[in-house]
Design a protein around this ligand. Structure first.
Ligand code: ATP
Ligand code: MG
Length: 439
């Protein structure tokens, strides 16, 4: 495609990316923008970042830029650093038996550090632009834009896919998924992000191959799930992942609760994801900890009940053990960094503590560093479950914003209500049905 045939102008491109390409071209190398940025510009979106590919080797790239860092052990990439913007520059990649970022194959000792050299050499196979294109995933991700002649090289009919609004893998979908199962997650991610459908032959193998995600290192899946859920379209992404049985793979403990799409568990997860989307789209902060706490909340509750019944543990101990067990099991699939799992636990523990408001407790809770997250979580539960839980959340809504005189009043009222109820069974959610005794 020539300049007149595509809509890309230099104004769409980061000045730093242009600088990098001009310098490479000036030194006699080829250079192109590739992947998501070309696709996004052609679709009228603003690219997240700009990736450059070239026939210069990493060392040659480094020789051209003072602000260059070489990264990656298995496949070396250059990062050209401009303050907060980093332009990633990769050398065209060629073919070799193994796939891609192929972290698919867990490194065992034999191929680990000692053989890393061999691995590295084998992985650092440089290739032609055609080979580089073939290794990419979806047809719309294999378009290359050159500032030397302002053309777009469209190796796999990516533009046609954009026009048809289809997410289509290049090559044989089953083979491509086997090479790198994360492509299944990427298919869903792009379908939602770009408002496209997944082309039939690309969609069909997903359900039967979904279990291959078990071979992906948990750290990589953590990164991928963040992209999936913190995209601003997390709820939609979640629903599509569920359709393709991908939630079962990533969150096996949650999956049984989602069989019925009207279950309270399903409603809760959707509610939290929808809130997260809203926050992201309003440029408010979100933490993965809150999301993970929500995705695993019902598994923790259930496990805690089970432990109380089966082992006779008290509620407090059962809850703590259940929290640890659920996190441990989850991290076999998706690594959750400590800094997040600690906050998840705080949020969960606050769910146990927020109902207990007597004496100084209510005031102490307000000063808890994670009070806000714990309260937001309680509110989300209240909004999905209603009843006492919603009342409790609303109590906290008022309490935290009330003046101190009013706060004391609220606590006294609580005390009175409690002593009035002493001896009687604890207040339960009022049933809508009238029983004889109510008459
Ligand atoms: P986003 O806008 O979400 O960043 P992107 O297309 O840029 O989308 P990246 O994950 O940044 O996605 O990857 C950049 C490019 O690298 C892709 O466009 C694709 O060409 C290639 N790529 C990334 N991951 C894979 C993969 N698993 N298999 C094959 N090619 C991939
Ligand atoms: Mg990208």
């Amino acid at each position: 495609m020539t300049r007149g045939e595509h809509g890309i102008s230099r104004e769409d491109i980061s000045a730093n990316a242009l600088k990098v390409m001009y310098r490479l071209n000036g030194a006699g190398f080829e250079s192109y923008l590739v992947g998501g940025c070309v696709r996004d510009i052609l679709m009228g979106y603003e690219p997240k970042d700009f990736d450059v590919v070239t026939n210069a080797t990493p060392e040659q790239i480094k020789g051209l830029f003072r602000n260059c860092r070489l990264i990656g052990r298995r496949f070396r990439l250059a990062h050209i650093v401009f303050g907060r913007e980093i332009i990633e520059v990769a050398t065209f990649r060629g073919h070799h038996q193994e796939t891609d970022e192929s972290e698919t194959v867990p490194k065992n000792k034999a191929t680990g550090s000692q053989d890393a050299q061999g691995q590295l050499v084998r992985d650092n196979v440089f290739g032609s632009i055609e080979e580089d294109a073939e290794r990419r995933d979806f047809t719309f991700n294999a378009m290359y834009y050159s500032v030397a002649d302002f053309t777009v090289k469209d190796f796999a009919n990516g533009l046609a896919a954009i026009e048809k609004r289809e997410v289509a893998l290049m090559g044989d979908p089953e083979t491509r998924y086997r090479e790198d199962p994360v492509r299944m997650l990427r298919a869903v991610r792009f379908a939602v992000k770009l408002s496209m459908r997944i082309e039939t032959s690309t969609a069909v193998p997903i359900k039967s191959l979904a279990s291959l995600l078990q071979n992906i290192p948990p750290a990589r899946l953590f990164e991928e799930t963040l992209k999936l859920f913190l995209s601003g379209k997390g709820e939609e992404t979640f629903l599509m992942m569920r359709e393709y049985d991908l939630i079962d793979q990533l969150f096996p403990q949650l999956a049984p609760f989602l069989k019925d799409e009207n279950s309270k568990e399903m409603q809760f997860v959707r509610h939290v994801l929808a809130n997260t989307d809203e926050r992201i789209n309003n440029e408010q902060r979100v933490t993965p900890a809150f999301l993970y706490a929500a995705l695993l909340w019902y598994p923790v509750e259930e496990q805690s009940q089970r432990l109380q019944l089966e082992s006779g543990l008290n509620a407090h101990d059962a809850f703590n053990i259940a929290s640890s067990e659920v996190i441990a099991k989850q991290t076999q699939r998706i690594m959750i960094p400590k800094r997040f799992s600690t906050v998840m636990r705080d949020i969960w523990i606050l769910q146990q503590r927020l109902p207990k408001r007597f004496g100084r407790r209510a005031f102490q809770l307000l000063t808890h560093p994670k009070f806000r997250a714990g309260y937001d979580f309680l509110l989300a539960r209240g909004q999905t479950e209603g009843g006492d839980l919603l009342e409790l959340a609303q109590w906290w809504t008022h309490f935290q914003h009330a003046e101190s005189g009013k706060q004391k009043g609220m606590l006294n009222a609580l005390k009175r209500a409690d002593s009035a109820g002493k001896g009687a069974p604890r207040k339960r959610k009022r049933r809508p049905v009238k029983r004889d005794s109510d008459a």
